[in-house]
Design a protein around this ligand. Structure first.
Ligand SMILES: Cc1cc2nc3c(=O)[nH]c(=O)nc-3n(C[C@H](O)[C@H](O)[C@H](O)COP(=O)(O)OP(=O)(O)OC[C@H]3O[C@@H](n4cnc5c(N)ncnc54)[C@H](O)[C@@H]3O)c2cc1C
Length: 405
């Protein structure tokens, strides 16, 4: 079948990979270059066990800070946008124990399929993407936060996750670069099976590989319009003319919802903006390890650290504030300050490589994969992966390819 994939972020590219493997004739269209949306500068974590949604009952206690504090890592910037308010209301409705648990169970399953999919792709293609089985430590600063994390750990252990609660000393044994931060750690959850990879290198590697296999890429080519006849897409109009296919896959990240509305499909996807910096690391000094090789999350600051090759990716913040991708220098300074607190001396900080991206978030954190009951019959969606697009890409792509085939 001729399949046209709209979007060359990690979701569109993983979809194109699985569709090409299934024998389809694939074209990929993007208004920019592969990975240049939310994918390229992301947190680099293959977070197979950390899939708990942001919509959790614990959010209610944080709400005043969320709305009031200038330094909160989670922010709501109210817009004159009915879709933002509707998203926020649906998000609040999902902040209950039952919804959080069932989403966790579903995402753990999809994440495991993704792990298998990415590992199989890596074994077959051997792409250079700085992939490591880094393990992950999630640090907690207070006893209440650590106790809540242990409850989640008990739930996840029942669902098959291999994780353990560890004390501050054991954290240092696992990641000696945390030595200077030991007094701020009440406890941590350690997940040895977590991985890290450079998502931009993965996007670039897939682009090169798929081009060699005959996939056609129309890059720097904005999609202007999608032509329909009744419930059937007949072509996608781009700045380079019309592209027609038998089936279409919509993987436009945060831009998916406005495009979906033109097709009569109400996708509950809204941007959650985040930031990252990427530092060249200094590894050790006088025998002391300065930079981590284990992925670390500082849960108090909601900042994640991942080692990719000789660089440290530091990412965080979640702003519900519309489609603006401007880089806030305050947020970048905050990421730098967090890094200097947790890993002092890990870099000269001479070049921060600041980046911002829009997570395509659904209120529940469940992605939308497949056709839509109100949508065109030959349009498949692969959208709404929120904070887990890299982690869930290959499981989602395999599911999509199965449905489409
Ligand atoms: C700060 C931050 C940290 C993150 N950390 C992690 C992490 O550690 N692990 C993890 O698993 N996930 C992480 N994520 C989430 C992950 O990056 C996203 O879920 C993922 O990138 C979404 O991929 P996508 O392909 O759906 O969207 P995108 O990467 O945004 O791709 C969509 C593409 O559509 C194109 N497009 C849009 N409109 C048009 C148009 N009209 N015409 C043509 N093309 C168009 C864009 O150019 C873009 O290339 C993070 C995200 C952020 C912002």
């Amino acid at each position: 079948m001729r399949v046209c994939v709209l979007g060359a972020g990690i979701i569109g590219l993983a979809s194109a990979y699985e569709l090409n493997r299934a024998g389809h004739d694939v074209t990929v269209i993007d208004r920019a270059l592969p990975g240049s949306g939310a994918s390229g500068g992301n947190g680099a974590q293959l977070s197979y066990s950390y899939v708990q949604p942001l919509a959790d009952p614990g959010i209610w206690a944080q709400l005043p800070k969320l709305l009031m504090s200038a330094s909160s890592p989670l922010k709501i910037r109210p817009q004159l946008d009915v879709y933002q308010w509707r998203w926020a209301l649906k998000f609040m409705a999902a902040c209950n124990t039952a919804a959080s648990r069932s989403t966790t169970a579903e995402l753990l399953q999809l994440a495991e399929q993704s792990r298998m999919g990415l590992d199989a792709m890596m074994a077959a293609e051997n792409l250079a993407i700085d992939h490591t089985k880094s393990g992950k430590l999630v640090l907690f600063a207070g006893t209440a936060a650590f106790a809540a994390a242990q409850k989640q750990l008990a739930l996840q252990q029942k669902l098959g996750s291999v994780q353990e609660a560890v004390d501050a000393q054991r954290c240092i044994d696992i990641e000696p670069a945390l030595a200077n931060f030991q007094q701020h750690i009440s406890g941590a959850v350690y997940t040895p099976g977590e991985c890290a990879a450079d998502c931009q290198k993965l996007c670039d590697g897939l682009h090169v590989l798929l081009t060699q296999r005959g996939v056609r890429f129309l890059l720097n080519t904005p999609i202007k319009h999608i032509k329909r006849e009744a419930r059937h897409i007949v072509a996608v109009t781009t700045t380079q003319g019309d592209v027609d296919a038998d089936q279409y896959v919509l993987a436009l990240g945060a831009a998916s919802a406005p495009v979906g509305r033109h097709l009569g499909v109400d996708l509950p996807v809204y941007p959650l903006k985040g930031y990252s910096i990427t530092l060249d690391v200094l590894d050790s000094q006088s025998g002391a390890k300065l930079s981590p090789t284990v992925s670390v999350t500082d849960s108090a600051r909601k900042v994640v650290f991942a080692r990719i090759g000789s660089r440290l990716r530091v990412a965080g913040m979640a702003e519900l504030g519309g489609y603006n991708t401007e880089i806030s220098h305050l947020q970048i300074a905050s990421l730098q300050a967090s890094t200097q607190t947790v890993f002092p001396g890990c870099s000269t900080f001479a070049d921060l490589r600041p980046w911002a991206g829009l997570r395509p978030a659904t209120p529940t954190a469940r992605p939308i994969i497949g056709t839509h009951p109100n949508g065109p019959t030959n349009m498949f969606f692969n959208v709404g992966h929120g904070a887990l697009g890299l982690t869930l890409a290959f499981g989602s792509a395999m599911r999509l390819a199965r449905l489409l085939s």
